[in-house]
Design a protein around this ligand. Structure first.
Ligand SMILES: Cc1cc2nc3c(=O)[nH]c(=O)nc-3n(C[C@H](O)[C@H](O)[C@H](O)COP(=O)(O)OP(=O)(O)OC[C@H]3O[C@@H](n4cnc5c(N)ncnc54)[C@H](O)[C@@H]3O)c2cc1C
Length: 429
């Protein structure tokens, strides 16, 4: 279909201003493109929780020169990953020596990271043209071939490229996978739910726990595992906040509720974690509010692209949070857009656009799908029958996940691995 001139035109229309959409705006603005970001919400309330960026994503963010926007947000370098059993005994401490990966594992308050990405996407002081973010602008669908995005108010806009970054319940995904074997794919319950708690460290009482077992202010991630449950916790915002994600078997596996914001009574969390150390429950009991979130992911899709449209972030490969890679994979997607679309402009034909979008999918698909699968594996119950031993190996996927230098380098590594496999097969024949 030809591009219609009466519809508002943009080089890139990004649907969704979450971490994936904002990162894509930063990545693509450098080449002077006009970028419109459509966001369904009013964007005045980002979820209060902590989030980490792994070395594979931190390295990309460092390369975007985001320091002016991030420095004031008090990011913290995560120094260690610590595993405890339900008796509060330390099982493993893995120092996060990330120098081999070229960047640190960083801990952020989710609001702060989101704010910094938004500022960088729209700042006059970054290379290229600032992106325009239009809030309260939900997309209902798109025409992938013409690049038209339809909005709930009846209007439409057109982009040479549509980036579907509209999260796990993506409207753009429905169009991209229409007519493929993935048609109708939806987010699926994973059998897990998470209570999310964020407390101010200064408001906590002195905890009855030796410092070598647990230190509230230490910049480290601690996980306690047992009784089919686990708590993953650590400090944020320069040590002002402390966040806990408390995973439990889903009490309502067929019920609705993918929102971050399903309030839950504090008593319910304390009851669920009654076998956990008293000092952890003491932290929980200071929660100003608690939210219960049903965790869903999606099966790998047959494709992430159609015509002028491409899916990124949770819209493409929503995954469980057990490896903390969801946001990091979104950042990797954004870098892939930057790397492969540098030669594409508004004069490029739809075939040229689609060829580059397909190249992005080829470079990203296997890796993101494998990390999705690893995240499911890591979610399996991980304590011995007597709950005394934790059978998780935090180092298991570290090398694969974190040893990353951008999508073009990854595509080269994939090609080399395929050539090597081909040669080995030929030599055996
Ligand atoms: C408990 C838990 C802990 C986690 N911890 C980590 C962690 O430590 N590290 C990590 O890397 N990841 C973590 N993740 C995963 C991470 O939060 C997500 O993978 C990541 O934020 C995905 O970003 P996204 O932009 O693709 O989607 P979203 O954050 O869902 O953003 C989508 C945006 O699109 C908007 N939108 C939706 N529909 C439309 C529409 N039709 N039109 C316009 N706009 C629309 C939404 O309002 C939203 O702003 C965690 C996840 C969970 C469940």
């Amino acid at each position: 279909m030809a591009i219609r001139s009466e519809v508002e035109q943009w080089d890139v229309v990004i649907v969704g201003a979450g971490i994936a959409g904002l990162a894509a705006a930063i990545a693509l603005r450098k080449d002077g493109r006009s970028i419109l970001v459509l966001e369904k919400s009013s964007m005045n309330k980002e979820v209060g929780a902590l989030i980490s960026l792994q070395p594979n994503a931190s390295k990309i963010v460092d390369g975007w020169n985001m320091q002016p926007f991030l420095a004031e947000k008090k990011p913290m370098v995560d120094e260690a990953f610590r595993l405890l059993n339900v008796e509060g005994k330390l099982q493993v401490e893995m120092k996060l020596n990330t120098s081999q990966f070229g960047a640190d594992r960083m801990l952020y308050h989710r609001q702060d990271l989101h704010d910094a990405l938004r500022q960088a996407a729209t700042s006059e002081n970054m290379p290229g043209s600032p992106a325009v973010i239009r809030t309260s602008s939900g997309a209902t669908g798109c025409d992938c071939e013409s690049g038209t995005v339809y909005l709930s108010n009846g209007s439409s806009v057109q982009g040479s490229i549509i980036v579907g970054a509209d999260g796990i319940r993506s409207a753009i995904r429905d169009e991209v996978i229409k007519g493929t074997t993935s048609e109708g794919s939806k987010a699926i319950p994973t059998g897990l739910s998470a209570y999310r708690i964020l407390v101010e460290i200064d408001k906590l009482p002195k905890l009855d726990v030796p410092e070598d077992v647990f230190d509230l202010k230490r910049s480290a991630t601690t996980m306690i595992v047992g009784h089919d449950k686990r708590v993953i916790m650590g400090p944020g915002r320069g040590g002002e906040m402390f966040g806990l994600v408390c995973l439990v078997p889903d009490p309502n596996p067929n019920g609705e509720g993918t929102s971050w914001n399903n309030p839950a009574p504090l008593g319910e969390v304390l009851e669920a974690f009654k076998a956990f150390p008293t000092w952890v429950r003491e932290i929980m009991s200071q929660a100003p509010d608690v939210a219960l979130w049903q965790l869903r992911d999606i099966d790998p899709l047959t494709t992430w692209t159609k015509g002028r449209a491409i899916l990124i972030g949770d819209a493409a490969h929503a995954m469980l949070p057990t490896q903390g890679q969801g946001a990091s994979q979104s950042i990797e997607d954004a870098e892939a857009l930057q790397a492969f679309l540098s030669g594409i402009d508004s004069k490029s034909s739809s075939e040229e656009v689609h060829a580059q979008l397909q190249a992005i999918v080829s470079a990203r698909y296997e890796r993101a799908s494998l990390i999705q699968a690893y995240s499911r594996l890591q979610a399996k119950p991980a304590a011995s029958k007597d709950n005394k031993t934790v059978q998780l190996n935090p180092q298991e996927f570290m090398e694969y996940n974190c040893n990353y230098s951008g999508a073009k380098d990854w595509a080269k590594r994939q090609r080399e691995a395929e050539e090597m496999a081909y040669k080995q097969t030929a030599a055996r024949a």
